[in-house]
Design a protein around this ligand. Structure first.
Ligand SMILES: *Cc1c(COP(=O)(O)O)cnc(C)c1O
Length: 221
C-alpha cells in the first residue's frame, strides 16, 4: 500500500470511530481531501486509491491540479474552500462542484448569475467568521441571517450549510459549537468544519464535512 493510501485508511478509520462515538450513522461525515500545493504525483495517488472528493483554495491552482484528472474521472468532486474573488467566478463555476466560501452579497449575486449562465446549480456553504477576526473571510454571526435571506430570496442560491475556520490561537470546540447552533437556528443541515488537527472534535460537535490536508498528504511544500 502506498503511504497516501495508508494515510487515507487511517483517517477514514478515525472518522468512523468519531461517528460511532458521536452516535452518528456510518458515512454521515464526508472527507474533503485538501490537495492545495501538493505535487501531481500525490493527487494521482489519492485518485488511484479511490478517493473522489477534494478541496482547493485557489481557482488557478485547482485548474492546474484537476483540469485533466477531472476529465479522466468524471466522478471527482471539487470543493472551493478558499476566498473567491468575483473576477474568478466564471472559472470557479465551471470547475468546482460546491462553493464553501460564500460570505458577501456581491459574491452571492455574481455566483448566481454565473451559475444561471452556465446552467450549473452548485450547492454552496456560507462561510462564517466565528472568531470575528478582522483579516479573515466569512460573514459575522450577526450578519448571517440577512446574508442567508439574500442568498435564498434574491439570488436563489442552493445554500446547504455553513463553514468555518476557527482562529489559530483559540480552542476550536467553541467555534464548532457556535457554527452548529447557527446552522440549527437557520435551518441548515450541513456543517463543514474540522481540519487535520481537530477533525475528530468537529465530528463530535456535528461536522458533516471535514477538510483534511496535512494528515493525508504531509506538510505542504
Ligand atoms: C488548507 C486548508 C485546510 C486543510 O488544513 P490541514 O491543517 O492541512 O488539514 C482546511 N480548510 C481550509 C479552508 C484550508 O485552507
Amino acid at each position: 500500500m502506498s503511504v497516501i493510501a495508508e494515510n487515507f485508511d487511517v483517517i477514514q478509520q478515525k472518522i468512523k470511530r468519531a461517528e460511532r462515538m458521536a452516535g452518528r450513522e456510518e458515512g454521515a461525515v464526508k472527507l474533503v481531501a485538501v490537495s492545495k500545493t501538493q505535487p501531481a504525483a500525490v493527487l494521482h495517488a489519492a485518485v488511484e486509491c479511490g478517493h473522489r472528493l477534494f478541496g482547493e483554495n485557489k481557482v488557478q491552482e485547482a485548474y492546474k491540479h484537476w483540469g485533466s484528472l477531472k476529465a479522466a474521472h468524471p466522478d471527482i468532486r471539487l470543493h472551493m474552500i478558499g476566498p473567491l474573488q468575483t473576477n474568478k467566478i466564471k472559472e470557479a463555476v465551471a470547475l468546482f462542484d460546491c462553493i464553501e466560501t460564500v460570505d458577501r452579497e456581491k459574491l452571492a449575486l455574481a455566483l448566481s448569475k454565473e451559475m444561471h449562465k452556465q446552467g450549473r446549480d452548485l450547492p454552496c456553504f456560507v462561510q462564517v467568521n466565528t472568531g470575528e477576526e478582522d483579516q479573515k473571510a466569512g460573514v459575522s454571526p450577526e450578519q448571517l441571517p440577512s446574508l442567508l435571506q439574500y442568498c435564498r430570496d434574491v439570488c436563489g442560491l442552493n445554500i446547504i450549510g455553513l463553514m468555518c475556520i476557527p482562529p489559530m490561537d483559540e480552542a476550536p470546540a467553541l467555534h464548532f459549537a457556535l457554527l452548529k447552533k447557527l446552522a440549527q437556528e437557520n435551518g441548515l443541515k450541513e456543517l463543514s468544519m474540522g481540519m487535520s488537527a481537530d477533525f475528530e472534535k468537529a465530528i463530535l460537535l456535528g461536522a458533516t464535512y471535514v477538510r483534511v490536508g496535512t494528515a493525508l498528504f504531509g506538510i505542504r511544500g
